[in-house]
Design a protein around this ligand. Structure first.
Ligand code: PGA
Length: 249
């Protein structure tokens, strides 16, 4: 049976990010109060930046501690050194990790330069399991409907692996890289199955350019051609949208 994901439409992205940040702060505080670390799956891209800014504010102004937070990022470009300005390692440190008290050893991001990719992906899956699984997985959505870098054709039960980036995804990344020829052709991504194993999932989407793919993900058929559509079958998945992204629902 298909179950529709929970959809919340906010006045704007700032309101959506304030709401999700408050939810995450509550999850962190409540889980830590039981003596357990909280495991967050994190995302890159322009979409979550205001969320990370709000989490940093909660840390600096309201004492929210990340000392017992363990993180796993969704993906990384293959071929980029950590220090590359467009690596997701650089992104996460600039946008969040450098500004909160998370211990370095609690941070997990796939390596873009590892020799044995298959072994690295298996270790990543094992590390998620050893941490107790993901409590909350944050997602954006690409124009191809990807979550992580699960491009069209990614099976529902796929796990962390090497993937070839869709031409649309590479085109969207080209301005940041200063040209299409500089955008990596491949990445490592958590699989759809890895993501769907999270206990709660929150997908953020803002802006009219996301409206068509958001409608497909929420109201279209569940299909591996739109990996975000798999969220329809998750028992606790929520879409956090602004009015523009919800404009075609
Ligand atoms: P964006 O990317 O947040 O930069 O729009 C989303 C994605 O590709 O998942």
């Amino acid at each position: 049976m298909t179950r529709s994901p929970n959809v919340t439409i906010f006045a704007d992205k700032a309101a959506a990010c304030r709401s999700l940040a408050a939810e995450l702060a509550k999850l962190i505080r409540e889980t830590n109060a039981t003596g357990r670390s909280v495991v967050l799956g994190l995302a890159t891209g322009s979409t979550p930046i205001p969320l990370y800014q709000e989490l940093i504010r909660l840390h600096s102004e309201e004492g929210l501690s990340f000392s017992q937070v363990i993180t796993f990022n969704l993906d990384e470009y293959l071929g980029l050194e950590r220090q590359h300005p467009e690596s997701y390692w650089t992104f996460m440190h600039r946008q969040l990790f450098d500004h909160v008290d998370i211990p370095a050893e609690n941070i997990h991001i796939p390596s873009g330069t590892v020799g044995d990719v298959a072994a690295h992906c298996a270790e990543y899956e094992a590390a998620i399991e050893a941490a107790g699984g993901i409590d909350f997985q944050l997602l954006g959505i690409g124009r191809t409907g990807h979550i992580g870098f699960n491009e069209p054709g990614s099976p529902r039960d796929s796990r962390t692996r090497r993937i070839e980036l869709d031409p649309v995804t590479r085109e969207d990344a080209a301005p940041a890289f200063g040209g299409l020829d500089k955008v990596p052709t491949h990445a490592i991504t958590m699989g759809c199955g890895t993501i769907l194993a999270a206990r709660r999932i929150g997908l953020l989407a803002f802006g009219a350019h996301k409206a068509a793919i958001v409608r497909e993900a929420i109201e279209g058929p569940v299909t591996d051609q739109v990996s975000a559509s798999f969220l329809q079958d998750h028992p606790d998945a929520c879409f956090y949208l602004d009015r523009a992204a919800a404009g075609q629902l």
